[in-house]
Design a protein around this ligand. Sequence first.
Ligand code: 4AZ
Length: 240
Amino acid sequence: MFGGRESDITEQPWQAAINVYQARHRKHFHRCGGVLIDSCWVLSAAHCFEDNDKAEKLEVILGRTFRKQNSTSEQIFKVEKYWIHEKFDNETFDNDIALLKLKTDIGICAVNSPEVLPACLPERYGKDSECNRGQFSAEYSERVKRGYVRLWPKERCVPDVLSGRTVTSNMLCAGDTRGLDDACKGDSGGPLVCRNNNKMTLMGVISWGDGCGQKDKPGVYTRVTHYINWINGKIKANPV
Ligand code: 4AZ
């Protein structure tokens, strides 16, 4: 993350860290952020998994404030299976979304606690305009962090402000007007949430940007309202 401030996992209990096991080093390494949306389901970005990682190599960590420190509040899961959006475009990062199903033998995975709690999904397609201050969170520093950004109007979320790169309607721009808070390397897959009727609602998934924290350049997020049916379809088709 660029800017932002140190936070505590109780302030963003849906934040997940996704680690990948590297046989060569015989340990797990941080790969991306993620966001808990249901007891056994975590959303992340498709580009986090482009090299076809086996699900068995993935590990999802919930409930930790310090990335490399064990905590009594943590809940760690293996991944049973994950899905990359069928229309993910590796060039433009259009449809940059992935869904992970956590592994369990007992029908529940994450258990709600002050440190572990799912974010809500938006109610329906396209309903993403009633909040202008979003909160994103990131994990790639030693300690979980939080930043505040404004959602940019669609008309300003265009290639012009992102060095000419393609911007699709499935993307959402958000940035700090001062250019201070922004997501950055390693934060991908993490959440952008808005408070809607007092529910913390997931509006974006950290996806890409033209550098980090540059003045008048937004961070780009996957527009979650466009994927409610995709997400619910996968969850229904793959009962825990
Ligand atoms: C990244 O490399 C990345 N400033 C994520 C977000 C942003 C830039 C880079 C947005 O994962």
